[in-house]
Design a protein around this ligand. Structure first.
Ligand SMILES: Cc1cc2nc3c(=O)[nH]c(=O)nc-3n(C[C@H](O)[C@H](O)[C@H](O)COP(=O)(O)OP(=O)(O)OC[C@H]3O[C@@H](n4cnc5c(N)ncnc54)[C@H](O)[C@@H]3O)c2cc1C
Length: 436
């Protein structure tokens, strides 16, 4: 049996591990076009700020790789011939497969304005992007950052920590408006401003101006220009569906896969950021752009490729991240609608977070520590925990287990209710029942 895994990200690696756990003899080919192979992509943010060196991005030891007994091939798959069970690599050679996994991730949306091709215009997608940002930050004095979600802030913070003056442009009136509420956006913006970041609301890029191919300034829609040496953008991502579409696989926003991660062709699987996976609980096909789900989907795909029948059951999306230096945990459904600063989904994002819940909001804390709960009829649908993280773990368990919160629902919804204390007390009793 020959398994070919396209994409050396976390979904691809998890699939290799799962296949090898069931099939010790089969040949596994791990094929990718990133010259650096497998590394932590969320770690790139910490690499930019200098909190992690390049070595730290590669967590796997040589022995761990050897024990997997896989063949690594550097190359870009340029076509999938599903009828002939083979893939074309770098438009020159062919590889046959019995089972194929497409785990090619998502790519950053390109800035589509005049001058976007100038040197000094950057995004944060992979290692080479991070390296070029660091190179530019060595001599660049001023940067303009545009976009939303976690990656735009990672760019802002990375550049600030390298001593670059940053202008952060937001099309809308506040940061990450489809996930955070007004108070939360305000907390983040205030912290950025305290760090010296100049935020421009209702500001949209019109064009990049440059000299000898290098960015010199940006012109905004309202006529203003801002001088800058770097323009960094994070305006959303798009699953890389082209290979699958050309191969005739069913594609929507991502490659459509059933709960076994199988595409419309039974010998081809899809997992991770590129996949739009059917969730039997909600009966919807959902895209996540999160490390955890990519890993879990990859693992389930690998087990199924090796002959098991294991359904991927989507866990409640959960992300612990850092926004303007503030640890923030996002669990379940918390946001609404659409964000003008992003096209499609952002990295470190989940479509479930924005699923318009039929819920009432309970909130507390107006300084750095803030807790917001989305309270449904008898269960919690989502939560955002900013700053103090004592309740993140209990809330993740309460939400993901669909715990019946009827006994505390009315208390949570009282004006000025101490919701943190109410949840902590509920957790103490509920966890004993849950554990037993
Ligand atoms: C800067 C940054 C910050 C992030 N922050 C967070 C966070 O805080 N929390 C979180 O949960 N997630 C975060 N993410 C998202 C997380 O990293 C992704 O969800 C995860 O890496 C997806 O894994 P994947 O294996 O599906 O895809 P990827 O990691 O994108 O891997 C896909 C691989 O396929 C390769 N490939 C593409 N096309 C081809 C081809 N034709 N032939 C061969 N190879 C190909 C690509 O080069 C790439 O190496 C972040 C990502 C980035 C970049």
């Amino acid at each position: 049996m020959r398994y070919v895994v396209i994409g050396t990200g976390v979904a691809g690696l998890a699939a290799c591990e799962a296949i090898r756990s069931l099939d010790t003899a089969g040949e596994i080919i791990f094929l990718g076009d990133d010259p650096h192979g497998y590394y932590s992509r969320p770690g790139l943010a910490y690499y930019l700020t200098g909190e992690m060196d390049e070595k730290g991005l590669f967590p796997r030891s040589k022995n761990a790789w050897l024990s997997l007994n896989i063949r690594f091939i550097k190359g870009k798959v340029t076509r999938i011939y599903s009828g002939e069970h083979k893939v074309e690599v770098d438009s020159t050679s062919y590889l046959e497969y019995d089972r194929l996994l497409v785990a090619v991730g998502a790519k950053a949306n390109r800035l589509d304005i005049p001058g976007a091709e100038f040197e000094g215009v950057v995004k944060l997608d992979h290692m080479e992007d991070a390296r070029s940002i660091l190179k530019l930050a060595r001599w660049g004095k001023t940067a303009v950052v545009v976009g939303g979600g976690i990656t735009a802030l990672e760019l802002v913070e990375g550049l600030r920590s390298r001593g670059v003056k940053v202008h952060y442009l937001l099309r809308s009136d506040r940061y990450w408006s489809n996930i955070l509420d007004e108070q939360e956006s305000k907390i983040i913006e205030q912290r950025l401003q305290e760090d010296g970041v100049k935020i421009h609301h209702h500001s949209e890029l019109l064009e990049v101006l440059g000299k000898r191919g290098r960015v010199q300034s940006v012109r905004l829609l309202d006529g203003r220009t801002i001088r800058c040496d770097i323009l960094a953008y994070a305006i959303g991502i798009r699953p890389r569906v082209e290979l699958a579409r050309e191969a005739g696989l069913a594609v929507d926003r991502g490659i459509l896969a059933n709960e076994y991660l199988q595409t419309s062709n039974p010998d081809i699987y899809a997992a991770g950021d590129v996949a739009q996976v059917y969730d039997p609980m909600s009966k919807r096909s959902i895209i996540d752009s999160l490390w955890g789900p990519a890993r879990e989907q990859g693992f389930a795909a690998g087990l199924n490729m090796a002959g098991q029948k294991t359904a991927y059951i989507k866990a409640v999306p959960f992300n612990v991240t850092r926004l303007a230096g503030l640890t923030t945990t996002i669990i379940g459904t918390v946001g609404r609608g659409h964000d003008e600063d992003l096209i499609g989904i952002a990295r470190g994002d989940s479509e479930t977070w924005r699923a318009l819940p039929d819920a009432i909001v309970a909130q507390t804390g107006f300084e750095v520590n803030r807790l917001r709960l989305l309270v449904g009829e008898s269960k919690l649908l989502g939560a955002i925990v900013m700053g103090e993280q004592k309740l993140s773990f209990p809330l993740e368990k309460i939400i993901s287990s669909n715990a019946d919160i009827s006994p505390i629902r009315e208390k949570l919804l009282q004006p000025n209710a101490p919701i943190g204390d109410i949840i902590a007390d509920f957790w103490t009793t509920w966890r004993t029942q849950y554990a037993s």
